[in-house]
Design a protein around this ligand. Structure first.
Ligand code: ATP
Length: 385
């Protein structure tokens, strides 16, 4: 690579490669990608740290794969720049980038053994045979496929094939591995298991992973940080708990997990939080989390189903806030928890989840029972867009 133009930062002229663990390893700066008139990636700026697992999460067509392909060099940005380890990738072809990509379909060579599949890239590079054998052995050991090296792909389970594909992507020790829906072909149990294995492998090798997925559970388990994409833009970047507990917009609140959302107006703003007039709830919502918005402004209160209590007893007299009466219309038993759909006077249905911790004795709440729903002032998130 001869283009060594330095990574620009806000206040300093350059970040020396490898100097700071927290420095951006990948910097995507105002990148736009158009296909004809269609904008697939729209002015995205994003920093990814060295050694982290970053998940790009979004619905179908939100631009995740296009962003990954731009990083790999299979597409060129219409505008903006990508830096990897401080180097502008503008003029660097895919095969010279310190990047490997693991595709949605694992694309193993069907007629080759596991060992051959993994060795292929090294052999293409003319690596000496003994060294190929040693490196293949090491990486198959890491992905727990030692012993199965002689098998052909059709003699493997989906999870094993996935691990071979991972071994093949890792054997050349890329600094950055791009994974497009890496677990999509696996069933739920295997997916969970493999998620933890991926984490383990990533930690052992210290490779930076960028994972594209539309599966929020996968993103939450794998990603140290997530970027939620919507219509080619990054809607929010944060840790899984940042994104779940403090979504920045209605789109993010609704996309990640389930949420009860109500439109309301700011009645009172104080340092301790807000009071919202919420017509469709028929009660005042007190939200302790501060957001700045003027009295009278239209806002939305988002409350997660697990943060709502359900009780046969009315709240203590005088507690007119954060409580509403309703009737249980549906109960879905999910094993570890149950989902209650509770209809309130306005006709709106609220979703409440409760862990099934009772061991008998207590009479469970049944369909058509009258109940009270209540929540703590720290539960509602107030959204302005
Ligand atoms: P999915 O989860 O369905 O794979 P995604 O978020 O990865 O979706 P992309 O594959 O990045 O989405 O596609 C984003 C948008 O760009 C889509 O509307 C897609 O049709 C469009 N697109 C992608 N590649 C091309 C192309 N080569 N030519 C024209 N349009 C394209």
């Amino acid at each position: 690579m001869n283009d060594m133009s330095a990574l620009p930062t806000e206040n300093s002229p350059a970040t020396p490669a490898g100097a700071d663990r927290d420095a951006a390893y990948v910097r995507i700066s105002h990148v736009t990608k158009k296909f004809g008139d269609f904008v697939a990636v729209d002015d995205v700026s994003l920093d990814i740290r060295r050694g982290e697992i970053f998940c790009l999460l979004g619905g179908s067509g939100s631009g995740k794969t296009t962003l990954l392909r731009l990083l790999a060099g299979f597409e060129r940005p219409t505008a903006g720049s990508i830096y990897i380890d401080g180097v502008d990738m503008g003029a660097i072809p895919p095969y010279e980038r310190p990047v490997n990509m693991m595709f949605q379909s694992y694309a193993l060579f069907p007629h080759m053994s596991v060992e051959k599949n993994v060795a292929f890239g090294l052999e293409q590079e003319g690596v000496e045979r003994a060294s190929v054998r040693r490196q293949v052995g090491e990486i198959l050991d890491i992905v727990k496929m030692a012993g199965l090296g002689a098998r052909k792909p059709h003699q493997l389970s989906g999870g094993q094939r996935q691990r071979v594909a991972l071994a093949r992507a890792l054997v050349k020790r890329p600094k950055l591995l791009l994974l497009d829906e890496p677990l999509a072909a696996l069933d739920k149990k295997l997916r969970e298991h493999t998620q933890f294995e991926l984490l383990n492998i990533q930690q052992r090798l210290g490779v930076t992973f960028i994972v594209v997925t539309h599966d929020q559970e996968e993103a939450m388990t794998l990603g140290q940080r997530l970027g939620v994409m919507n219509r080619g833009r990054i809607a929010q970047v944060g840790t899984p708990s940042d994104i779940y507990e403090s979504p920045a917009t209605r789109f993010v609140a609704d996309f990640i997990g389930s949420v009860n959302m109500f439109e309301g107006h700011v009645r009172e703003e104080r340092a301790a939080g807000l009071r919202l007039e919420v017509g469709e709830l028929g009660c005042v919502v007190r939200a302790e989390r501060a957001v700045s918005c003027a009295s009278g402004a239209t806002v939305w209160a988002a409350i997660r189903p697990e943060k709502i209590n359900i009780s046969r007893q009315p709240p203590p007299a005088g507690a007119a806030e954060n409580a509403v009466a309703g009737t249980v219309r549906e109960i879905a038993y999910m094993g570890d928890m149950s989902i209650y759909l509770v209809q309130i006077a306005s006709g709106k249905m609220l979703r409440v989840t409760l862990p099934n911790t009772a061991r008998g004795g207590e009479r469970p709440i049944a369909r058509e029972e009258s109940v009270w729903l209540s929540w703590h002032g720290s539960s509602p998130v107030v959204l302005t867009e």
